[in-house]
Ligand binder design. Structure first.
Ligand SMILES: [Ca+2]
Length: 251
């Protein structure tokens, strides 16, 4: 069978040093795992080799899987699959800001059936002085974005996203609106509290979208993104990510 693979660039938004460019990947159709309780397992990193960049994740240009890069370019990403007590997870360790992008288009996701984004992260080291509300110090130990449809800034289309962060400085519950209102930031926790421990989070992203953008989200988001960085403060960030899921309501 002819291998069907096509990437369509949907949009480009300059996030300073952390550009967002989304990909549409026809190869990814129906590759999500639906569990018996209706939950959708997006990623648990168990299928990858230790020490690699996970091959289902795209670079920030949405053109290639970073896992196919040569070793020198792979090292720029600072992300790798690690293992502990029989569990694999994704670790970021470094300063440079390059996100990883997990496309959701064509994966038959219906947010109205599974509106709750669930994930775990373990903060090992925060970039001291990082502040999502300051463009010159915009670093976070960990963040996960859900990128939705395209909003507009004048004549340019830009992605609308909700970004959940672990902030170095901002208080838990802080909400910010960036990029002409197209990116909403929700601070899930702050500082060194809970450092070194896995922490689980659940957010109803349909309700968050309605509350933050004032209208209804599309049924299928474009992508989930992960970004840790310390490039503005020059401070190292270390964080682990695991078990990214979409759950039915009442979870
Ligand atoms: Ca895992």
């Amino acid at each position: 069978m002819q291998r069907l693979f096509q990437i369509t660039i949907i949009s480009l938004l300059f996030f300073g040093s952390s550009d967002v460019l989304l990909a549409q990947d026809r190869e990814g159709i129906n590759t999500i795992d639906q569990l018996d309780d209706g939950s959708v397992l997006l990623e648990n990193f168990e299928s990858y080799e230790i020490g690699t960049i996970p091959s289902e994740w795209y670079n920030q240009k949405g053109e290639h899987r970073p896992s196919t890069y040569n070793p020198k370019d792979q090292r720029k990403y600072k992300y790798s699959v690690e293992t502990e007590d029989g569990n694999k997870f994704l670790r970021y360790e470094g300063m440079n800001a390059k996100h990883l992008n997990f496309p959701l288009v064509n994966k038959k996701i219906n947010l109205y059936e599974t509106p709750i984004l669930s994930w775990k992260w373990r903060i090992i080291d925060i970039p001291e002085g990082g502040n999502e509300d300051d463009d010159n110090r915009n670093d976070v130990a960990a963040s996960i974005y859900v990128v939705f449809d395209l909003g507009r800034v004048l004549f340019k289309k830009v992605p609308k996203s909700i970004r959940y962060t672990w902030s170095s400085k901002l208080e838990k519950g802080t909400k910010l609106s960036k990029f002409f209102g197209n990116q909403k930031i929700v601070v899930m926790g702050s500082g060194r509290e809970g450092t070194g421990q896995w922490q689980s989070f659940k957010r109803n992203i349909v309700e968050d979208y309605k509350r933050l953008f004032g209208d209804d989200p599309p049924k299928t988001p474009l992508a989930v993104l992960i970004l840790s960085d310390g490039n503005d403060t020059g401070a190292k960030a270390v964080a682990d990510y695991d078990d990214i899921m979409l759950l039915p309501p009442k979870n």
